[in-house]
Design a protein around this ligand. Structure first.
Ligand code: FES
Length: 80
């Protein structure tokens, strides 16, 4: 079940990034994609800020580029 904050976060997210929201984007720390999107739409603008809120990228860093791409896309309106 999605909470209001998750729904609001998704409103700000481009459709193409809304696939597999309930799957782990960060497999090292088992962080689902929707939690990372929520952190970004709630103000995280860097990988470090996302990591502080979710622990994503705090493993061996293999999801860092995916998190960077989500930050760029959500915070740069022209990319949408
Ligand atoms: S998948 Fe996120 S740090 Fe490895």
């Amino acid at each position: 079940m999605k909470t209001d904050s998750t729904i609001n976060s998704l409103d700000k997210t481009p459709d193409i990034l809304k696939n597999d929201l309930d799957r782990n984007l960060c497999v090292c720390n088992e962080v689902v994609k929707s939690d990372i999107i929520k952190a970004i739409t709630n103000g995280a603008t860097t990988v470090e800020e996302v990591q502080k809120q979710t622990y994503a990228t705090d493993g061996i860093g293999c999801c860092t580029r995916q998190v960077e791409r989500l930050i760029e896309t959500i915070h740069t309106p022209d990319i949408k």
